[in-house]
Design a protein around this ligand. Structure first.
Ligand code: GLN
Length: 231
């Protein structure tokens, strides 16, 4: 490193830093699945925790409650901003509802993050089948054992959205660019392949985005240092 130049880049940091929204849900399970997939997991509880993230997981829970907590913890707008700026995100179940541009059977005024060009129906599988498990074929991953808990399904997809898996004809896993969403909970089955898929998406996003962005940032910081050091 050039002497006097600030240490902006951590040369040893190859593991993507991936946040897990820690307001509700299987936070610990997501953190350990991310760790197993070679990422550096970070709990996200407040807006400052979003700094330096390469991706984020929005866990399951209750999307209405999570929406309310996002507002209370002043995370709603900061999260909307980082997502709009292209932060890769993976939403499971309620996390899928939060990412959806349109929500059916939501509460009136239910706050969401949006960004994923899909219509999602909450609790879509009905009250009789509150929770169930199914074997399904997940595109790019293979056969997975999927756990559904008061799960949503996807009822409409925009042009840029790939459907990766279906149950009874209904899409339950989708991807749109840097966004991934599943109706089911891979963190509960100890099968790390879906988290590995997301970590791979994050790595790709880092490769395609970072050099230019980081160099620009380095130059800006170096310029600021020079200014500070100028007599
Ligand atoms: N039914 C919940 C909702 O709409 C989702 C359930 C879950 O995340 N397991 O937010």
């Amino acid at each position: 490193m050039t002497p006097g130049r600030p240490a902006l880049r951590e040369p040893s940091r190859t593991a993507p830093r991936i946040g897990v929204l820690a307001l509700q849900g299987d936070v610990r399970e997501h953190l350990s699945a991310l760790h197993a997939a070679g990422a550096e997991p970070v709990e996200v509880r407040r807006a400052g925790d979003l700094t330096g993230l390469d991706g984020i997981i929005l866990p399951g829970g209750e999307s209405t409650t999570m929406g309310r907590l996002l507002t209370v913890f002043e995370l709603l707008e900061p999260l909307q901003r980082v997502l709009a700026a292209g932060l890769p995100a993976y939403g499971t179940c309620a996390g899928m509802v939060l990412l959806a541009d349109q929500v059916r059977d939501g509460r009136p005024g239910q706050p969401t993050l949006g960004g994923l060009d899909v219509v999602v129906r909450r609790n879509a599988f009905g009250r009789q089948i509150d929770s169930f498990e199914a074997q399904l074929e997940l595109d790019g991953v293979g056969e997975v054992h999927a756990v559904f808990i008061r799960a949503p399904w996807v009822e409409g997809v925009g042009n840029g959205v790939e459907v990766l898996a279906r149950v009874g004809g209904h899409p339950v896993a989708v991807r749109q660019g840097r966004l991934l969403a599943t109706s089911f909970h891979p963190e509960l089955t100890g099968d790390g392949r879906v988290h590995a898929l997301f970590v791979q998406m994050v790595r790709r996003a880092m490769e395609t985005q970072q050099p230019a962005d980081q160099d620009r940032q380095d130059d800006k910081m170096a310029a600021q240092e020079t200014e500070k050091g100028a007599p």
